[in-house]
Write a protein that binds this ligand. Structure first.
Ligand SMILES: Nc1ncnc2c1ncn2[C@@H]1O[C@H](COP(=O)(O)OP(=O)(O)O)[C@@H](O)[C@H]1O
Ligand SMILES: O=c1ccn([C@@H]2O[C@H](COP(=O)(O)OP(=O)(O)O)[C@@H](O)[C@H]2O)c(=O)[nH]1
Length: 229
């Protein structure tokens, strides 16, 4: 598999507590995959969207500032999301073995500021899903999610924001460090999607050979496809 050696070190980051980013379009399955990662690796799951929705729910100043932006499918200022993420990381720095950050960074300038102020992820998972499939999933989720942005009008705006602002983040990390990003199709059933993610995590933990399925993937040529081209 691609090179995963990380030289970057930020003294603010507790040593040995990796950061994983899970990126992908709206409804691509980020939350679904994060549940599985938490189940198997116990990392702290931080969904930027959930952190923001909590602020809206409790009517905080941040919540009031962000509510309309979220309804419009726009990005909230990075100072806001970064503050929420850093606070949660700090509170949990001694009680978790790693940080799983879902749905952030959402734009290249956000990635740059995270790189500078917090550090570099050990792995960036990019969930690749066709737009029609994401749309179908979001409309279905909207029947029960109670989310003010799971409606057709906002979904279209979220897609625009994703393509314009968030997709370049994937390229940013791929350029920054070859092998850092894995691109996984999230069209198959969730457990199948997860297999590749699971192996990539074992990979950076140096535990690839502890799982026969991952070891086979590791020693075959097919592992190249894990790397974002
Ligand atoms: N691989 C998959 N196949 C089919 N449906 C999926 C898959 N992954 C997620 N879903 C469903 O699609 C919807 C969006 O998934 P979710 O994990 O909430 O996405 P995101 O966090 O990226 O917005 C959910 O209703 C979820 O159950
Ligand atoms: O880092 C982030 C994460 C989320 N959002 C906002 O929160 C919404 C919902 O994001 P989430 O990741 O929860 O859902 P997704 O759109 O990926 O399904 C987005 O449309 C943005 O308005 C944001 O601005 N910055």
């Amino acid at each position: 598999m691609g090179q995963r050696k990380v030289c970057h070190h930020n003294p603010n980051l507790p040593k040995g507590r990796p950061i994983i980013f899970v990126l992908g379009g709206p409804g691509s399955g980020k939350g679904t995959q994060c549940d599985r990662i938490v189940r198997d690796f116990g990392y702290l799951h931080l969904s930027a969207g959930d952190l923001l929705r909590d602020e809206v729910k409790y009517g905080t100043e941040i919540g009031q500032e962000c509510e309309q932006l979220m309804k419009d499918g726009k990005l909230v200022p990075v100072e806001v999301t970064l503050k929420l993420i850093k606070k949660a990381m700090k509170e949990n720095r001694n009680s978790t073995t790693g940080f799983l950050i879902d749905g952030f960074p959402r734009a290249v300038d956000q990635a740059e500021v995270f790189e500078k102020k917090v550090g570099r992820p050990k792995l960036v998972v990019f969930l690749d899903c066709p737009r029609e499939e994401m749309e179908k999933r979001l409309l279905k989720r909207g029947e029960t999610s109670g989310r003010s942005d799971d409606n057709m009008d906002t979904i279209l705006k979220r897609f625009d924001t994703f393509l314009l602002e968030s997709m370049p983040v994937v390229k940013y990390y791929d350029n920054l460090q070859p092998g850092l990003v894995i691109k996984v199709s999230s069209v198959p059933p969730p457990d199948d999607v997860y297999k590749e993610i699971y192996c990539a995590i074992l990979g950076f933990r140096g535990e690839m050979d502890t799982d026969p399925m991952c070891a086979a993937l590791h020693h075959s040529d097919s592992c190249d496809r894990l790397s974002f081209a």
